[in-house]
Design a protein around this ligand. Structure first.
Ligand code: HPA
Ligand code: ZN
Length: 336
């Protein structure tokens, strides 16, 4: 079996994907037509060709602009169903999906509309395709802590549909400490916690330390700069804190895909995983991200299986369910 075939067949777990970042131009056009919105491009190809970003803020401007076609419950359903179908086609068995409710409620779309569309697609994808997924509510860190707290309170009636909370958007001048109270309350409510520590931000290493010591996160999104601090790496490895690295995304918004970072983290026994982040914008889903890491690091089947196992181990699932997925990885390796 070729290594490409093995990457495809490997049972996968995706832990870092923003549902709004899976909105492909073709679906944008379909939703825009349905909602009577005019788009300033002739067709999806022209829209895709216009995508230009070189750092996190320039990407985020495009990402938020793209959401304007998402207005009604079926829009959120179609978005989520499209992602889960693509994930299924790449042998993703389980995904933890970020959503950004404030990017919608701030435009007048209700929290209820957003989450009902997402949830209905998750249920249908589970029944029809066998892909299981859970939701992580992300707060937008460039808005106020008060808005985040209000959003947390708004989420509580839907708590059984949400496994945890995260923090995304522009990290500059928006450190973890700004949201300490919100995350403490989220913890009290039973949510698991993660936060973005984007690559090469001001005070990246200090922010990762704050995630660990001040917030007490269960996971870190990106977190590549941890490698600058040997003590931090040891703490992350000892505590088995998962880092969700997104190489193709990093190649667009930082100085490279950070695949060397992935290799070093693996060598240090850190729980690193490979993910797609915003695949409709960066042009690669999980399989393409794994293929990039494999080619840059020359990973064999064992190394690839380790990355997949890391993700299932870090999944916010009961032990017995994780063990079922890990057995599937073992099976795939045995058959290869
Ligand atoms: N970082 C910060 N905010 C984001 C990201 C990301 O990787 N993707 C979508 N919003
Ligand atoms: Zn992200």
């Amino acid at each position: 079996m070729s290594i490409e075939r093995f990457i495809h067949d490997l049972p996968k777990c995706e832990l870092h994907v923003h549902i709004e970042g899976t909105l492909e131009p073709e679906l944008k056009f379909k939703l825009a037509a349905r909602n009577g919105i005019a788009l300033p491009f002739a067709d999806p190809k022209a829209m895709r060709a216009s995508y230009a970003f070189h750092d996190l803020p320039s990407f985020l401007a495009l990402y938020y602009g793209g959401m304007e076609v998402l207005l009604k419950e079926p829009d959120f359903y179609d978005l989520t169903m499209a992602y889960l179908a693509r994930a299924h086609a790449q042998n993703v068995r389980y995904a933890e999906i970020f959503f950004d409710p404030q990017a919608h409620t701030a435009r007048g779309v209700s929290f209820d509309t957003v989450i009902r569309g997402l949830r209905r697609a998750q249920t249908d994808a589970e029944n029809r395709l066998g892909v299981h997924s859970q939701l992580i509510l992300c707060f937008l860190r460039d808005w106020s802590a008060e808005f985040a707290m209000a959003t947390l309170l708004e989420s509580l009636p839907y708590k059984q549909w949400i496994v945890g909370v995260g923090l995304d958007s522009d990290e500059k001048n928006n450190p973890p400490a700004k949201f300490a109270k919100v995350f403490a309350r989220a913890r009290e409510e039973g949510y698991l916690l993660t936060m973005h520590c984007d690559v090469n931000q001001e005070d990246s290493v200090a922010h990762i330390w704050d995630c660990v010591n001040l917030i007490g996160v269960d996971r870190i999104d990106h977190g590549c700069n941890a490698l600058e601090d040997a003590v931090l790496c040891r703490v992350l490895a000892e505590r088995k804190l998962c880092l969700t690295v997104c190489p193709i995304s990093n190649a667009f918004v930082t100085d490279g895909p950070q695949t060397d970072v992935v290799g070093k983290m693996m060598d240090l026994g850190m729980r690193v995983t490979i993910n797609s982040d915003d695949p409709a914008y960066f042009g690669g889903y999980i399989e393409e991200n794994l293929a990039l890491v494999q080619s840059k690091l020359g990973l064999g089947r064992e190394g690839l299986a380790t990355l997949s196992r890391n993700a299932f181990e870090a999944a916010w699932l009961p032990r017995a369910v994780k063990d079922g997925y890990l057995a599937m990885v073992d099976d795939c390796l045995a058959r290869a």
